[in-house]
Design a protein around this ligand. Structure first.
Ligand SMILES: Cc1cc2nc3c(=O)[nH]c(=O)nc-3n(C[C@H](O)[C@H](O)[C@H](O)COP(=O)(O)OP(=O)(O)OC[C@H]3O[C@@H](n4cnc5c(N)ncnc54)[C@H](O)[C@@H]3O)c2cc1C
Length: 397
């Protein structure tokens, strides 16, 4: 397939953006096209993550982008969302790396850490010198994180915590220097365990982070475990600012917000390629884009992308003004990821046999979006969260 030419969009948000937001968007697009696009397919096939790009992600301000200070770019939520579009237009695994670093590892330290903890880890993480991960899920605890078995026990008053357990499906864990781990915690003298967040560091005795092999989705992202066997963690490594499930769930709300934008990027990528392909591909003596059924598919893709973009923008401005609720983030993540997955499957069909080939960059998005549909709260769990908001009745229990 030749170079993808500019694709028409009948619904844009350009006129709603500030000059700075527009510049951030075009810089992110230029960078991702220049540095990520040429290497991503090869990494995906080999199931490797392009670690060499980490310093450049840092330079672009993609790590901790929306945090203020500590070497972070301090982007507003809309500018942050626009960078997510461009990262995920290339690959959900690349966007996942930046999401996990920013929203799941840096954000809890920023929101719930002491000043000393922020100074200790955030500048290195913003610079890409320290890689972070977020450990909530376990082999027997996925959609129901309150059932986690990982536990921490304090060894004497003010003493170290001893952590035991196994976190599973942890993005970046095999290369992580800093691991934000959620554990049911017994402070010294207490008999009631409470979920608390700890910052574990590579090199602490008793930690291992084996990589999970054999993924057929999100292959250009490293996934692994964090296994903790009597890990002794100093009390100064506990995040003091939050207790209970609210801690991990509030981090997930930050990350899901970015996914809601990123998914639009994946959908744009597959729509643009499918449009170009159907203009170039001739069957029955005419471009297949001239057939009514093909046009119907293109119109569906195009129109759904416009709505998804507007949804992300609208919620982005609410977030900027501090009034975006977690259930609105569920709405954004759920609907835009479903839209993107449907778009990718449709686009795949439009390329016929070539649609399954790596070099056409659509099947990779189909496979990736299967993960995005499931992680950070499954599609079904977000449906239940929204259902609860609409009815006042919880279907969870
Ligand atoms: C590639 C990848 C990377 C990940 N990265 C991270 C990470 O960095 N950190 C981390 O902590 N986790 C991570 N996860 C874990 C992810 O968040 C979980 O996979 C997800 O929460 C679902 O949990 P589960 O896989 O155990 O599925 P389950 O919870 O077992 O769910 C299986 C199915 O049952 C459905 N289901 C469950 N309960 C209900 C219910 N009450 N009503 C209706 N349906 C229900 C689910 O929707 C789903 O369809 C990652 C996962 C993947 C695949």
């Amino acid at each position: 397939m030749g170079k993808v030419t500019p694709t028409p969009y009948l619904l844009t948000i350009d006129h709603l953006l500030t000059e700075e937001e527009r510049l951030t968007w075009s810089a992110a697009r230029e960078f991702c096209e220049r540095r990520v696009a040429p290497v991503i397919e090869q990494h995906y096939e080999r199931a490797t993550f392009p670690k060499e790009l980490i310093p450049e992600f840092a330079e672009m301000g993609f790590l901790g982008s929306s945090l203020q200070g500590y070497g972070c770019a301090g982007m507003n939520p809309v500018a942050y969302g626009l960078t997510m579009i461009e990262l995920e237009r290339q690959d959900s695994g690349i966007r996942s790396f930046c999401s996990v670093q920013s929203a799941l590892a840096m954000w809890p330290i920023y929101a719930y850490g002491t000043e000393e903890q922020k100074q200790r880890w955030l500048p290195g993480m913003a610079a890409g010198e320290l890689i972070g991960c977020f450990g909530l899920t376990e082999p027997n605890s996925g959609s129901d994180p309150g059932s986690m078995r990982t536990h921490a026990r304090q060894d004497g008053p003010g003493g170290d915590y001893i952590l035991n357990g196994q976190k599973f499906w942890i993005t970046n864990s095999p290369i992580a220097d800093v691991m934000v781990i959620w554990a049911k915690t017994l402070d010294h003298g207490s008999e009631t365990p409470v979920i608390r967040g700890f910052v574990l560091e590579r090199g602490m005795a008793g930690i291992s982070t084996p990589e999970t092999k054999g993924k057929l989705s999100l292959r250009a992202s490293m996934t692994g475990e964090v296994v903790m066997d009597d890990v002794r963690v100093p009390a100064v490594n506990m995040l003091p600012g939050v207790r209970g499930l609210k801690g991990p769930l509030s981090c997930l709300t930050q990350a899901r917000y970015g996914i809601g934008w990123g998914a639009v990027g994946a959908a744009m990528g597959v729509y643009e390629r499918a449009r170009q392909y159907t203009l170039d591909r001739v069957q029955f003596d005419r471009p297949i884009a001239g057939f009514q059924l093909t046009q119907q598919k293109l119109v569906e893709l195009h129109n759904e992308i416009g709505k998804g973009l507007l949804l992300a923008y609208h919620f982005g401005r609410l977030k900027q003004h501090g009034s975006l609720s977690p259930v609105q983030v569920s709405y954004l993540k759920r609907d835009n990821v479903r839209m993107a997955l449907t778009a990718a499957r449709t686009a795949r069909s439009m390329l016929g046999g070539n649609g399954i080939m790596g070099e056409f960059h659509i099947m990779r998005h189909v496979c990736n979006l299967e993960t995005v549909y499931t992680y950070e709260g499954t599609h079904e769990i977000h449906t239940l969260a929204i259902g609860r908001a609409l009815t006042g009745l919880s279907a969870f229990s």
